[in-house]
Design a protein around this ligand. Structure first.
Ligand SMILES: *Cc1c(COP(=O)(O)O)cnc(C)c1O
Length: 364
């Protein structure tokens, strides 16, 4: 893939952030975007990096009506030596294509997906914060571009990549969150689109998210769509339970998003000598385990927060407090290990990181 890079003039560049600790999550975007159209006749063509700006659309553009859209999320990390690491980007490329297949969208060669990310990060290198904990969030996404209101898969698409510098997730400290267990709403169901990273899953989750916040909880813990009995995930994070010397997480069943952080946590846990189980976990087993003390830790795992310790669950108007609302030892160890690998401070024995070349590519 030969990417055309439109040069930006000095005066077109935004001023850089001054304090990475105040960046928050995806409020500011960098100077450029990657854009590549797809048509049935030409396939993917004219890959281009240009100034970030509006993408003009007809009001009838199909993504606006029927939500044929997919996305990915990953981060670039600045090491102490000044290098830039991506964390398992080939997993994002594979998942993007699995999401594409589920949503009747064209796949993108993995090498092109990876090249689009690498070239964007190389060009926007100055936006990768140097503060540990801060990073550059990378958002590749694809939208259906046909202009018709007929319900069917589109024949034209747009693939884009945008970047946002993000502050440390735990600016106020590594503190456990409360989760609201929803047995009213469901995020996804078997046979639905739960395992695809598609916008509609998020739209379906908003109302329960609002309820959770009204109840003083940070996020929703979703149960299965059939019986509201088995734990699924947190909506942007997968979920883990420590039962004694076992680390348990719901098995991927079609309605759970297969997280890359989830996969990494399972690999690290095995490496640490823990027993791991991927299986159905009922909410009764979890709440019972918290009450008897056999569940000692709960944590979420996803790209945005990395590891998010859970201090309590609110289920049917009752609070189940885990580990005295303190960060458990395994949550802390997982967080430190992932972060150590991502920021190049621990040996990367699993070969999870990819270095982004720092030489500036030619703009033309
Ligand atoms: C992205 C996402 C996750 C976490 O996946 P990671 O690859 O670990 O970031 C979990 N659940 C849902 C619904 C997601 O969209």
């Amino acid at each position: 893939m030969k990417i055309r890079i439109q040069p930006l003039k000095k005066g077109e560049l935004k001023p850089l952030f001054t304090n990475p600790n105040e960046l928050g999550f995806c409020k500011l975007f960098t100077d450029r975007m990657f854009v590549m159209p797809y048509t049935e006749v030409d396939g993917w063509h004219n890959p281009e990096i240009k100034k970030l700006g509006p993408i003009p659309m007809e009001p009838s553009t199909i993504v606006l009506h029927y939500a044929q859209e997919i996305f990915e999320g990953l981060k670039a990390f600045r090491t102490k030596k000044g290098e830039i690491n991506l964390f398992r980007p080939e997993m994002n490329a594979k998942r993007f294509n699995r999401s594409a297949a589920r949503m009747c969208m064209p796949t993108i060669p993995e090498s092109d997906f990876l090249a689009s990310i690498e070239m964007m990060v190389r060009l926007e290198e100055r936006w990768v914060p140097s503060t540990s904990g801060a990073s550059l969030y990378i958002r590749p996404f694809m939208i259906a571009a046909d202009t018709t209101l007929g319900v069917r898969a589109a024949s034209s698409y747009l693939y884009l990549v945008i970047l946002s510098p993000v502050g440390p997730y735990y600016a106020e400290g590594f503190n456990p969150i409360s989760l609201y267990v929803s047995d009213e709403y469901t995020r996804a169901s078997r046979g639905g689109t739960g395992e695809a990273k598609t916008g509609g899953n998020y739209a379906a989750s908003l109302l329960a998210g609002r309820t959770a916040r009204e109840k003083g909880c940070a996020q929703v813990l979703w149960l299965d769509g059939q019986e509201h009995r088995y734990v699924e995930e947190v909506g942007a994070m997968n979920i883990f339970f420590v039962f004694g010397d076992r680390l348990v997480t719901p098995a991927l069943n079609g309605s759970i998003l297969p997280g890359i952080t989830r996969d990494s946590v399972l690999a690290l846990a095995k490496d640490m000598g823990l027993k791991t189980e991927e299986r159905a976990v009922s909410i009764d087993e979890v709440c019972g385990g918290i009450t008897t003390g056999s569940v000692t830790e709960i944590f979420g795992a996803g790209t945005a927060a990395s590891i998010s310790p859970v201090g309590s669950l609110r289920y049917r108007e009752q609070d189940y407090v885990v580990g005295n609302r303190k960060v458990g030892p395994l949550s802390k160890k997982m967080y430190d290990t992932l972060r150590g690998i991502q920021y190049g401070e621990l040996e990367d024995r699993f070969h999870w990181t990819t270095k982004v070349p720092l030489e500036k590519p030619a703009e033309a």
